[in-house]
Structure formats: C-alpha cells, structure tokens
Design a protein around this ligand. Sequence first.
Ligand code: BES
Ligand code: MN
Ligand code: ZN
Length: 502
Amino acid sequence: MRVIVKKGKIADLKSEALVIPHFEGKELLGISKLLDKKSGGLIKEIIARGDFEGKHLQVSVTYTRGALPAKRIVMVGFGKKADFTMEKLRGAYATAARQVRSLKLKEFSTSLDFVSIDQPLDQIAQAIVEGVSLGLYQFTPFKTVERDKIGEIKEFNIVEEKDESCITIRSTAKAAEIISNAVYFTRDMVSTPGNSMTPTGMAEEARKVAKRKNVVLKAFDESWMKKNGMNALLGVAQGSDEPARFIVLEYKGGEKDDPVIVLIGKAITFDSGGISLKPAEKMDEMKSDMAGGAAVMGAVMAAADLRLKVNAVALIPATENLPGGRAYKPGDVLKSLSGQTIEIISTDAEGRLTLADALTYAGRLKPVAIVDVATLTGACVIALGDNVIGMMGTDETLKQKIRNAADSTGERVWELPLWEDYHELIKSDIADYKNTGGRAGGAITAAAFLSKFVGKYPWVHLDIAGPAWLAKDKPYIPKGASGVGVRLLVQFLKDWQKKGKN
Ligand code: BES
Ligand code: MN
Ligand code: ZN
C-alpha cells in the first residue's frame, strides 16, 4: 500500500471512499462540517438516522450519489471524546480500512482535519498510518487457489490544505511506513511454518536486513558454538537434524565509541517440548516460538531504515526443539557458556537455555543495556492474559524507559517481581541451577534463571508468550502473528537517541 499525502480540499477529492471519524454525539468534527456543507447535509443525515452513533470501532458506509466527488462516505466511530486515546485512533482507522477492503476497493482517503483532539499532528498521522497498514496485514504466500479473491488496498490518500501540515504529515507517514514494514517483516517470519522458517531460514532473513547501510551480519554455526562453549544452546539443538545458528545483527547508527544496546530474541523455530513432549493440541502454534528473535530483527531493520543514532546489536540464538535420538534429556547437566552448570528438569524449558548463552555473550559486548524478548512461559499467559507483555528486570531506569515506550506504542507491559525468594526455587541438588522452578510463579522463576547469566549489566526481560500469537483479531492486529515487540523496541531506541543515557 502506498501512502500519499495530497495538498488540497477533502470536499473536492475524487476517491472511492472517504473515511470520516466521528465521536459519540451530534457534534461534527472539522472534516465532517466541510463535507456536510458541500453535500447538502449528508453527514448530519447519517447521524440523525440514529443507526450510526460513533461508538468506538463502529462503521457505516453511505453512497454519496453525486453529492460529493467521492463515491462513498465511510463513517468510523471514535467513541466518547473524553475516553479517546492514540490506541483507539489506531484501532478505528484499522477497522475502517478493513471495511474498505471488504468492499473490494483498491483506494481510499481521509483528512486529519479533526484538530479538536489535543494530540500533536505528527502523533495523529503516525497512529493513523500505523493503524491502517497494520490492520490490513494478511499472510498469503501459501495460498494458491483463488488468489484473485484476495483483496488488497493499493493506495491510501491523506488530504491536507496547509503546506506546513503536509510536510509534517509526509515525514511522519514515512516513518510510520518504515515501522509498519518492519512489523510486517516480523509477522511474516512468525507466520511462516517451521519447515520453511528454520534457523537457516532466519539467518537468510537476517541477511536481508544486513543489506542496509551500517548493518553487519554474523551467523555462527554449530562448530563455532562448540568451539566457544555455547553448550546450553547446543544442548537444545541436539535433538534436531536442522542445524542451529547463533545470529548476530549489528546496527551502528551512533558514534563509534557509543556503547551498544543489546537486544536478545528467543528463536525456537519449532518447540515440540523435546523429550518432555508437549500435548498435541495447538502444538502447531509453536512455530511462533521464534517471535522474540523475529521482533529484534524487525527492530534492527526499522532502526536502520529510520537511521536512528544508536548502536544496537541483536542476538538471535536459533534452533528447533525436537525429541530426536540424540536429544538432550531430563536429568542431563549442561555446562553453559558462562561456565555455570544447569540440570535439565524439563526439555520443554528450552528457551531459557538458549537465552542463557546469549546473555553471557551479550556481557562480552559491555552493553549499556540488555533487553531480551521471549515467548518464554505459559505461566506468564496464565498470570497476565494474552494482551500484555510480562516485564522483569534488574534496573529501574531501564524498566521505566520500557514502560514509557509501552505507553506510547500501546504494546503494554506489566511488571512481575524478581524477589530473592524465587531464586531459591531454581537451585539444583547436583548442578548450579535447574531449568525449571515448578509450576508456581513460572514466569518469575524463568526470569530468575535468566538473571544468573546477566552479569552486572542493566537488564530487562520481556515475556511475550501471550501477545506474540493471537487467537482472535484485535482492531489493528489480525489474528495470528502480532509482531509484538517491534514497535516497542523501536520507540525505546528512538527515545534513547533523544534523551541519551539517562
Ligand atoms: N515456548 C514455550 C512457552 C509458551 C507457551 C509460549 C505457550 C507461547 C504459548 C516454552 O518453551 C515452554 O514450553 N515453557 C514451559 C516451561 C515449563 C516446562 C517450566 C511452560 O510454560 O509450560
Ligand atoms: Mn518449551
Ligand atoms: Zn519454547
């Protein structure tokens, strides 16, 4: 989809459909006042009829029959004015765009002339473009039958009268397109089945990111891991014939001696549970167990395209978790890259093993911050639901930065405690640690385990097991792969470059 910012008057625009926002009640926003006048009262009539009230996400399509140059009016509800948020704005525009697509149209338009909202124009423009493009996502490469029935909007026009507003909207729309593009990249990787999106497949995707300026890729193989002692990662990889990869994607947008921010993403390209096999039901969804890895790759992609002035390194320890003849087993002890030993209680607690080695590797880069993103525990979904990211970490300042990014992107985080008590639960009788701490507080004991490999660097762990894969549509996230984490991390990096280290 192309986003085109046109200078002109919305009432004069020829378009298949004009999306017109409306708050609950009778009051017309700037944009609808103009259209109402020009059309001889069309908008007021739509509202007077009573079937469109402006409730959030409500839509109503009206044919203009020559009263306006545009062929259709698509009214979209913003809900109560007092309850309005940027999140609601994204959702409303996504819903309108999907309605337009369901009418088999290829093009539609809107205007941002509803200035009664208190937010700055650039934020509004970003939310609208992100809402529309994220809401229209569909994953179709494996569909071969009736491909012509797949609807696709090719053009989204934003009309604006003032020159300076056009400039603002153009530049933020561009940024929003870059970010949406990165979310698409991540969603595509997560949607792609495990037989295509193998660790090698992920390394190939990383190579696409590395075509950009200032991005460098290293994709280490198993012999490198062996030589370096990444035996926790190798332990997980052992049960699979598919070779593992340790992917390092560096983005150097900052000064040469600016310290790096390390982003680590869990990348189990299929998690069967291994010898501690998962139940069959919904096991197919475990192709999405690489969503953290895909998210950090998407974030590096967007950071490079936005030319953010930061140095960031993404670490993606990629492997399958399968119960092959050479698979690691409950009771085994692995010696991690850190030198610390881990007793395996469940081979289904594999993510934390791969992350342990990545965290140790991260420490060698002397980072200012480490953020890991992982579909780590079912327990986190039980604790918080599937709409929120579980956050745990060692550094207050870093946690606050993540909270700020969560507030502005709508990718919400909620903190769980990492108190000392939980650390007791992962002590092993025969090794340094064991890889599970029992059912109670499972999200927290997983994080307590990770903390043993962090060293002294500021660290935040984000458990995305809930929001990474959605069973039901959300307004601007179609069901399936959500791409969660990309917008959060990009915002975090953006804020970092603005405000510096504190
Ligand atoms: N990949 C899963 C966690 C998961 C569960 C992600 C549901 C998304 C949806 C992880 O590897 C896992 O299996 N965790 C176990 C840990 C347990 C064995 C301690 C879990 O949560 O049950
Ligand atoms: Mn598992
Ligand atoms: Zn897993």
